[in-house]
Design a binder for this molecule. Sequence first.
Ligand SMILES: [Zn+2]
Length: 318
Amino acid sequence: MNRRSFLQQTGRQALGLAVLPLAAQAAAPAATSRQRVLRAAHLTDIHVQPGLGAPAGMAAALRHAQGLADRPDLILFGGDCIGDALENPRESVLEQWAVWDRVLAAELHLPACQCLGNHDIFGWKMRGRPGVEQDALYGKTSALERLGLKSSFYSFDRAGWHFVVLDSMQIDGSNQGYIARLDEAQFAWLEHDLATTPSATPVCVLSHIPILSAASFFDGDLATTGNWIVPGAWMHIDARRIKDLFYRHPNVKVCLSGHLHMEDDVTYLGVRYLCNGAVCGGWWKGKNQQFGPAYAVIDFYADGRVDHQMVTFTPPPV
Ligand SMILES: [Zn+2]
């Protein structure tokens, strides 16, 4: 199936989900510096699947976000759209994506952009098993096609802000199957993208895995050796290199992420790093530690400021 027929089959073309419509809608408003120019809802880690009330929960989250009295202009999806493709059989993965497609087609009514998550990648934890790496679903390609993305990293302009969407996951021999970093090609692309963005244009970076996070210290018992050991799959292992790059571009103002199903708000060297919980909370089984199902609302201002709030919602009872 080619990409065009795929999009038509899933009905996603009509929703304007691809990146190009977003870019086409971009318009620099005549804004005063203190003026809010954009309101976005960041929905990450939905982990939809057929069971656990996840389809109704995903629908409830989308209705909640799009039903706010002060309605967002844009939905930023943060990745981990489905339960898991890293180590589930292809039939299960296709079933999960079918639920994603169905709920999105029925419930999404705003412009949106997509970001790849680790659990959207097929087979990386099943490498070596017969047929896995030969499967047409293997790796990132089929997930990107599902999400209507030509590349796993890209940027666009909207309302006077520049948005950069990163691909945090590189294949790795660890237990997780991936490590959180940018490969050389993506880092070079990011350097170039920031260098060619006007210095007066504020930048928002969206990644699935946090570049810098306080919550990552509490994801598991990471202090048993007497040292804090944060796995490279929890938080970008190349955070030092990225924060040094951001330091050369003071117009980088805010970084949004998910992945940990926990929430934090860390400001470092003038950049605000927001880890925005999980729509599914604890994988549709209540809370993860102290954090229940939630999404973020971010208000973007012309002068580069952002306001941020976490919004909780209650999934329908199963
Ligand atoms: Zn994740």
